[in-house]
Design a protein around this ligand. Structure first.
Ligand SMILES: [Ca+2]
Length: 115
């Protein structure tokens, strides 16, 4: 039996933005994983972006995917993280972001666990 599952990250939804429009990107284990061909994806309240990304993960492990907001003249802000548990195959699920600061942003990530 394989020891790994695949986390399939489907969509990122912005319910409330931190700024008017957030310039967001996702990281995993300290590396940017999305978007691939741009520095960031602009998002505002009510918008949803296609992520469509696969992460291999050990069965039973939890992935912490971080959401960052790009700023041109200051350090990028870590808005928060999504904790994705690969305990068994299933989904799709929508997980709320756990905030890293006292900002007003609210984001959700839709994902599933596949083999
Ligand atoms: Ca910004």
């Amino acid at each position: 039996m394989a020891l790994e599952y695949k986390l399939l990250l489907h969509n990122l939804s912005c319910f409330l933005s931190d700024e008017g429009t957030d310039e967001v990107y996702l990281t995993y284990r300290g590396e940017k994983i999305w978007p691939l061909n741009e520095k960031f994806t602009p998002m505002k309240a009510g918008s949803t972006a296609n992520v469509e990304l696969e992460i291999s993960i050990l069965k039973g492990a939890t992935a912490s995917v971080e959401l960052w907001e790009s700023d041109t003249f200051s350090k990028d802000d870590n808005l928060g993280k999504f904790l994705l548990e690969a305990d068994k195959i299933g989904g799709p699920y929508t997980t709320d972001m756990i905030k890293a600061d006292k900002g007003k942003s609210k984001y959700g990530l839709t994902w599933e666990v596949g083999s």
